[in-house]
Ligand binder design. Sequence first.
Ligand code: NAD
Length: 338
Amino acid sequence: MKTLIIGAGRMGRRHIQVVRDLGLKLSGICDLNPEALNLAKAEYSLSDELLFADVQSMFKEISPDCVIVATTAPTHCDYACLAAMAGAGYVFCEKPMAVSLEECDRMIDLCARKGAKLAVNHQMRFMEQYREPKRIVESEEFGGLSSITVIAGNFGLAMNGTHYFEMFRFLCEEPPVEVAAWFSPGKVPNPRGPQFEDRAGSVRLASKSGKRFYMEVNADQGHGVQVLYAGPYGQLTVDELAGNMRLIVRDAEYRDLPSTRYGMPAREQHFKIEPADVIGPSRAVLQALLNGDNFPTGEDGRLAVSVLVGAYVSHEEGHRPVRINEETLPHKRVFPWA
Ligand SMILES: NC(=O)c1ccc[n+]([C@@H]2O[C@H](COP(=O)([O-])OP(=O)(O)OC[C@H]3O[C@@H](n4cnc5c(N)ncnc54)[C@H](O)[C@@H]3O)[C@@H](O)[C@H]2O)c1
């Protein structure tokens, strides 16, 4: 399977490993920045004929089966569309999917018209740190999911917030329908360059059936990622960076008491999972895309973008709850995400 990677930054280089792990043929990698290409060449002992300084010449020379778009967000749409136009059957795009809803739609439409399968690299459904909580909250002793609270250092609403919007959808198995947001004042310099801007802040989501999601990732918070899952009979706390999980569930004999009896005798359990890496779950997404399994689709990527767009609208309009639907969200507005 002839595979091209566009973008040889940190993520593009990880995708070289993904391509190798899956036994695909890396036929070319391109980047505007020669330093990024040199790093890729040195790290993975790539031969010079695989390296391209621009996308057009790479596509002129190679007709790909699979294209991985790992540039920063402003070019995701154009390159995903270019890949579909070049006849690639599989387009694997980094998140955030694009910088506007209009671009997300263009990618979905064009890939569908050209018969290309499109995946967005939100790996949550393949990660033990979300699969295990999903299994636990759905157990009888936990009683189902009621809310998720994420308290973390300033990890960026576009950079990582979008992953957590997808995580909430995955855990609930239904999309969020409403968002409210409070952004931190001021802007923090973006590590990917001054042309990019991400926001920190607080975000609240609700799903159709009334499940809640709260995220506290403000600019004055500088460490850690803790996630707390709450349900009728229990709480699960996950320290995602350390891989520690703590589960408390009411003893079975007290389950039927009302929720106001929140301090009943409980069983407490501690366990550990491997802290997440990026390569393994990215490999799982690409593998699922190639196999036609349950992979994060363009629609899933678009949903995460629409939640983020809704968060901007809410913040700018007095923090009002914003419905995540087409009537309320600006379709063409372009955001400065990386
Ligand atoms: N899925 C994940 O877990 C995950 C993790 C990290 C980053 N990402 C995403 O991956 C993307 C890349 O992130 P990164 O950390 O590698 O950033 P980076 O800045 O390290 O790399 C981006 C690379 O793209 C190149 N580039 C930009 N525009 C280009 C163009 N028009 N043509 C060719 N090359 C171009 C840049 O020169 C740079 O080398 C971002 O959208 C980011 O949000 C996803």
